[in-house]
Design a binder for this molecule. Structure first.
Ligand SMILES: Nc1nc2c(c(=O)[nH]1)N[C@H]1C(S)=C(S)[C@@H](COP(=O)(O)OP(=O)(O)OC[C@H]3O[C@@H](n4cnc5c(=O)[nH]c(N)nc54)[C@H](O)[C@@H]3O)O[C@H]1N2
Ligand SMILES: Nc1nc2c(c(=O)[nH]1)N[C@H]1C(S)=C(S)[C@@H](COP(=O)(O)OP(=O)(O)OC[C@H]3O[C@@H](n4cnc5c(=O)[nH]c(N)nc54)[C@H](O)[C@@H]3O)O[C@H]1N2
Ligand code: SF4
Ligand SMILES: [Mo]
Length: 722
């Protein structure tokens, strides 16, 4: 038989690289970069081959699983048919809802949901049918501050500007490590070469990060910053712009409000005042600000490191504002908005979906119809304190692993174990889904069709690409959209019969309609056109589009809205405390941050042997000065403890860490029993989120403050040999 070629976009991370897959009737022979993809131009990273590994993985679930608990408490899993699974799951959900109300059922959606068009388009219908308000997702351990700032400034939470790095002369990266992550809220395949191209045309890249990262090593300058203090650096940059008369609004001058309020609000944050707290010298802050303001084309870009902090929304607000004040918003080479063929923003103004209701126990405000995942465990564990209060009794999880990915995962692990009922839509039995009563596994990866709804919309170039399945889904498997549609149909109608009743709707039609009637309709874009162009279609560089694209009620940008000005009071109090207690930030008290590695993907590719083989990556990186003070040698086992928990792992002594700061990767901790991930179990590592603190949140968006958690580190004594 001849080798067949299948072209598709990789959906593992945000870079959406084109793949050229050779296979023999479904047996993958090779996975390489698609050289004819106009966007990724042949680039792939080492994770791409994991698509084959997941496809072939004997641990991957392929049939619905039902947990069976024996009289002696022993747990086993039975494979059952889909009809039985849908019927039993929805009967239980309906019964719990009838007894305790819809909010007794919680929902958690994980990261791969946004990399999966079937889930993205069909899970919402099922969630709506649940009628619950207790909805959580990985967004509140990731990018909620980005959405909050975009909503306040531009009128829609999904109007997220991206750095136009192909045309910039100065790229300042604060709290992002795109050389390891391949970029985020910035779909840019082959960041390494794009970064090199900036330097080749005489431009500069500057990184601000408590760790000298893989990106910092390729940059023209790197400045260490104390974790969680970025807000003060950014306030000082704004102060310098006003004080040194560097504000240049350019084309947008006539639509910007609030400059005076902003000037007053930042006036006392001089570089000299914030230098001690941030760890960045006043002169450096001034020069950075001048260079940024005076560069013709510059982009100030912030990502996970500035988002997952107590002042995440203030950080993202200030980053947008600094780009606006310097004329770098919506200009080539600056921070720009994409023009996607499938527009997730839509044309309607999104009403203020904030604080319409609050979480039951801690009273955290809702944002975008979700509650902060940091409070999920307490919503399960805290009994009703008044009549009418309803704890969460049942959970539905989809594409997620919150036991490893959310703060105080140990507590959530305990909470999930106490639920009356849980169902997970997932391809693996992992640290979270092991708690489920039923696991419903969809076809995935190479078996599915894919259109990247999210990441074309966050891309640094407008392109469009459709992927058909490489192989038909195996007999007896369902696509994720079918699972959600069936769950909805069974839930809505107790008598539903999948042989005679209405059938799931293939979301391909929705995609096709959006492409046909979207902004590229004159170019005859459709699923068929994209099928005829299997490498994708180039739709050109980003275009300036303000004020037209604004969705604020006033059609203007207010750079100093009330929520931010109010939250600045909290930042001021914190500043005064930090300024008075800078000495506390030295050992024994250290500050823990997280890191990503090119060969990890959150918690879920550790079952691919070729990605985990080699030296153990789950180490505690620590500066030699701190290590010496704590008598810790390179490679030695250390104990890391926080308010929340403790873990033990090997120390890696390195000058890449800022003194006073330690770093661990996230997504490890496969040492819990009952999972079906043999390779991952053998490379278990420990979970950083057994240390992060669920009580620390960004007050505005409810995002978890995962970075900069106070920890103590001590050497673990080697037991004496008797
Ligand atoms: N301390 C710390 N914690 C962090 C972070 C950090 O930087 N530091 N980062 C945070 C961020 S940015 C994120 S996004 C979260 C991620 O947190 P989560 O989304 O909770 O976790 P993942 O590890 O991405 O879990 C993905 C799950 O999806 C399943 N899956 C994969 N493909 C499919 C599919 O096609 N269909 C279905 N149904 N399931 C599938 C996998 O089996 C796996 O169980 O972690 C967060 N946690
Ligand atoms: N290989 C790989 N790629 C991935 C993922 C993965 O797990 N592995 N995950 C994907 C996901 S879900 C996401 S959201 C993206 C994230 O993409 P990035 O945001 O690029 O991810 P990180 O590598 O976590 O970068 C965050 C950086 O912030 C720094 N940092 C931590 N605390 C602070 C702070 O207080 N201030 C400042 N200035 N910096 C700080 C960290 O040292 C780190 O270098 O990556 C995606 N791509
Ligand atoms: S960079 Fe991301 S999209 Fe590209 S091959 Fe690697 S995992 Fe896939
Ligand atoms: Mo993420």
């Amino acid at each position: 038989m001849d080798v067949q070629i299948h072209y598709r976009a990789c959906n593992l991370c945000e870079a959406i690289c084109g793949l050229d897959i050779k296979h023999l009737n479904g047996q993958v022979v090779s996975i390489a970069g698609d050289k004819e993809d106009p966007f990724s131009r042949g680039h792939i990273c080492p994770k791409a081959v994991a698509l084959k590994d997941v496809y072939e993985d004997p641990d991957r679930l392929r049939k619905p699983q039902k947990k069976v608990v024996a009289a002696d408490g022993g747990v086993s899993w039975a494979e059952i048919g889909w009809e039985q699974a849908f019927r039993e799951v929805t009967d239980r959900l309906r019964a719990i809802r009838a007894e305790s109300g819809p909010n007794a059922i919680g929902f958690y959606g994980g990261n791969p949901s946004v990399h999966n068009s079937g889930t993205l388009l069909c899970a919402p219908g099922f969630i709506k049918a649940l009628r619950t308000r207790t909805i959580f997702s990985a967004s509140s351990v990731d990018q909620y501050p980005h959405h909050f700032a975009a909503w306040q400034l531009f009128g829609h939470p999904a109007l997220l500007p991206v750095p136009d790095i192909d045309r910039t002369d100065l790229w300042i990266i604060i709290g992002g490590n795109p050389i390891a992550s391949n970029g985020s809220i910035m779909t840019a395949p082959d960041v390494a070469n794009r970064l090199k191209a900036i330097q080749k045309r005489g431009g500069n890249v500057i990184v601000i990060d408590p760790r000298r990262t893989e990106t910092a090593l390729r940059a023209d300058a790197h400045h260490f910053i104390r974790p969680g203090t970025d807000v003060y650096l950014l306030l000082a940059m704004a102060q310098v712009l006003f004080a040194e008369n560097l504000v240049r609004l350019g084309r947008l001058a006539s639509i910007i409000d609030g400059l005076d309020r902003l000037r007053d609000a930042v006036a006392d944050f001089t570089p000299e005042r914030v230098a001690g707290v941030t760890g960045i010298a006043a002169d450096t802050i001034r020069q950075l600000t001048r260079d940024f303001a005076q560069a013709e084309r510059a982009a100030l870009y912030g990502r996970v490191g500035v988002s997952v902090q107590s002042f995440g929304s203030l950080c993202l607000w200030l980053i947008n504002v600094l780009n606006t004040l310097t004329g770098h918003l919506d200009e080539p080479g600056g921070m720009m908005f994409s023009s996607p063929a499938f527009d997730i923003v839509g044309k309607r103004q999104l009403y203020a979906k904030h604080n319409r209701y609050r979480s039951r126990v801690s009273g955290y405000p809702e944002f975008m119809s979700e509650l902060p995942v940091s409070c999920l465990a307490e919503e399960i564990l805290t009994p009703a304190r008044t009549e009418g209060e309803q704890p969460i009794r049942a959970m539905v999880t989809s594409c997620g692993n919150p036991v490893l990915s959310t703060p105080n995962g140990g507590q959530l692990d305990t909470a999930l174990g106490q639920l009356d009922f849980m169902v997970s839509v997932d391809i693996y039995r992992n640290e979270t889904t092991r708690h489920a009563d039923y696991i419903l596994p969809p076809a995935t990866g190479l078996e599915t069709a894919h259109y990247d709804l999210t990441f074309h919309a966050l891309a640094i170039r407008n392109t469009s690409r459709y992927s058909d399945p490489m192989v038909p889904k195996p007999d007896g498997m369902l696509y994720d959209w079918e699972i959600y549609e069936y769950l909805r149909l069974y839930l809505e109608d107790e008598q539903y019969d999948q042989h005679t009743g209405p059938q799931p709707e293939n979301p391909e039609q929705k995609i096709d309609l959006a492409l046909r009637y979207g902004r590229y309709k004159d170019q005859n874009l459709s699923v068929q056109t994209l099928r005829d162009n299997p490498h994708g279609i180039d739709l050109g560089p980003l275009q300036s589009q303000l004020p037209d694209r604004l969705m604020t009620a006033s059609n203007r940008i207010d750079v100093a809205t009330a929520p931010f000005l109010t939250d600045l009071d909290r930042a001021r109090k914190n500043f005064d405390w930090l300024a008075a207690n800078t000495d506390d930030r030295t050992p024994p008290q250290l500050h823990l941050i997280s890191r990503r590695h090119l060969r990890d993907n959150n918690s879920w590719l550790h079952n691919a042997y070729r990605l985990v083989k080699g030296p153990n990556r789950c180490t505690l990186q620590i500066n030699p000065v701190d290590a010496a003070r704590l008598a810790i040698a390179d490679g030695q086992k250390v104990r890391v403890a926080s308010r929340v928990g403790r873990v033990e792992l090997s120390a890696e002594v390195t000058t890449d860490m800022m003194p006073g700061v330690v770093s661990m990767p996230h997504g490890y901790g496969h040492n819990r029993p009952g999972i079906r991930l043999g390779v991952a179990q053998a490379h278990a590592g420990v979970s950083i989120n057994d240390l992060t603190d669920e009580t620390l949140l960004d007050a505005l968006s409810g995002n978890a403050a995962l970075t900069g958690v106070a920890v103590t580190v001590s050497p673990v004594a080697v037991p004496e040999l008797v």
